[in-house]
Design a protein around this ligand. Structure first.
Ligand code: GTP
Length: 157
């Protein structure tokens, strides 16, 4: 278990064990690869971030991951692997998010992307991601950095 503070100084716990915090996470985050690049979406306020969002009523977390990737990027997944979970204890609420690694089979251009400005591709992540204001605050703590290290240890990317 790793603990640290996010960009807004909220307390974060991160673990790569199997569902360490909950079997029913309320949120999902999907670190996606497409044709040798990282696939993000652009949130209109927060900036560039990996696709993800809330698990809807009656939905399984994996189903939410498939839906969010498509809604936010037009991407269809060819594989989806569970990576870990994190918990953010905010001032008003606590959220629990499952992290997945997804490979994208195809990107379908959409007229509208649900709550986002659509797909953004990067060959490599900027070295100083935490200081890069183009990126969402979700991307600017240890969650993404450590999850990518974990993915690199498990998969050939
Ligand atoms: P959207 O529906 O995506 O616009 O977000 P929201 O503002 O309705 O909030 P959400 O339920 O997604 O999250 C509630 C709060 O939890 C946010 O205001 C953040 O403080 C925090 N939060 C959500 N996701 C993350 C994350 O991935 N990392 C960090 N550090 N905090 C998060």
């Amino acid at each position: 278990m790793y603990t640290f503070q996010d960009y807004y100084h909220n307390h974060v716990k991160l673990s790569f064990k199997d569902n360490p915090f909950t079997d029913k996470p309320g949120h999902v985050l999907i670190l996606c690869r497409y044709k040798g690049q990282w696939l993000f979406t652009k949130h209109p306020r927060r900036g560039i971030e990996f696709p993800g969002g809330k698990v809807e009523a009656g939905e399984l977390p994996r189903e939410a991951a498939v839906r969010e990737v498509f809604e936010e990027t037009g991407g269809t997944l060819s594989s989806l692997s569970y990576i870990g979970q994190y918990k953010v204890e905010g001032r008003h609420e606590t959220i629990e998010k499952s992290i997945y690694y997804g490979t994208i089979a195809g990107l379908e251009k959409q007229k509208h992307y649900h709550e986002t400005e659509g797909p953004v591709l990067f060959k490599q992540l900027p070295k100083k991601l935490k200081e890069d204001s183009r990126f969402s605050f979700h991307m600017r703590d240890e969650v993404v950095e450590m999850s990518i290290q974990h993915i690199k240890a498990l998969f050939t990317i």
